[in-house]
Write a protein that binds this ligand. Structure first.
Ligand code: CAA
Length: 258
């Protein structure tokens, strides 16, 4: 499939890279862009040669939010019937680990997209925020939920209610991002992290991601039970046998993803 608003590359070894590519609009997440991002994610997720996906933007902007111009004249009926952000849900269904490599503006829907990923690697110039309140709306893709779960109620309220922006250093201190690197190297570092994840046993990585994700939804008891079931399930895989045999034989495991 050819795309106009994103660029998709397969990077050796086993990493899929998606670049948001609307530089003139600071990668604003238009319906057209999201209509491309969605199948691109599904395709990389289904590709057995890919173990981890990285989503990035440009040095100036990861994404400055949902496309305001595309939403400006929408009615509530348009939003309910066309649901301009329904397609965004695709990222929630991706089974492989996804890393956001963020530089520059990471605002509104851009910040929400980054938070929907499993890890965030930021450049020193990254700025995170939820400015929807300044447009007479509020976050619509997890900005009140994932942000609060990560940085806590007091700071989330300030960000959502006053458009407070976080620098990369603040985002690191509050646990929103995993690492901060200079602008020149943040993408390379994100790809290195992705290669590390992609080198792990694929089924174990998939189920481990699923279990960590469930911790946001389930009670501790339910979460522990869920985790235990997935843990048990891995003992039916060839990779569990291989991983443990390789440990005993003091060699590197050869994963088959079976
Ligand atoms: N939607 C559409 N276009 C956008 C955009 C957005 N979210 N953000 C930037 N652009 C466009 C600008 O309109 C401008 O286009 P033109 O040259 O055609 O005028 C171009 O990108 C460059 O932007 P600026 O000239 O404004 O650049 P700047 O450096 O002066 O400012 C900025 C950068 C602070 C990010 C500013 O562009 C801005 O405030 N953008 C909007 C941020 C925002 O409010 N995001 C939330 C959107 S709503 C949302 O995301 C809902 C949700 O929860 C799902």
């Amino acid at each position: 499939m050819t795309y106009e608003n994103i660029l998709v590359e397969r990077i050796d070894p086993r990493v899929g890279l998606i670049r948001l590519n609307r530089p003139k609009a600071l990668n604003a997440l238009s319906p057209e862009l999201m209509a491309e991002l969605s199948p691109a994610l599904i395709e990389l997720d289904a590709d057995a040669g890919i173990g981890c996906i990285v989503i990035t933007g440009s040095e100036r902007a990861f994404a400055a939010g949902a496309d305001i111009k595309a939403m400006a004249h929408a009615s509530v009926v348009d939003m309910l019937t066309d649901d301009l952000i329904a397609r965004w849900e695709t990222i929630r269904g991706v089974k492989k680990p996804v890393i956001a490599a963020v530089s520059g503006f990471c605002l509104g829907g851009g910040c929400e997209l980054a938070m929907a990923c499993d890890m965030i690697v930021a450049s020193e110039s990254a700025v995170f925020g939820q400015p929807e309140i300044t447009l007479g709306i509020m976050p619509g893709f997890g900005g009140t939920q994932r942000l609060t779960a990560t940085v806590g109620k007091a700071l989330a309220m300030e960000i959502v209610l006053t458009d407070r922006r976080l620098t990369a250093a603040e985002a690191l201190a509050y646990g929103l991002v995993n690492h901060v690197y200079p602008v020149e190297t943040y993408l390379e570092e994100a790809l290195k992290l992705a290669a590390k994840v992609a080198a792990m046993a694929p089924l174990a990585a998939r189920l481990a991601k699923e279990a960590v994700g469930k911790s946001f939804e389930l009670s501790l008891n339910e979460g522990l039970e869920y985790e235990r079931r997935l843990f048990h399930m891995l003992f039916a895989t060839a990779d569990q046998k291989e991983g443990m045999a390789a440990f005993a034989e003091k060699r590197k495991p050869q994963w088959t993803g079976r």
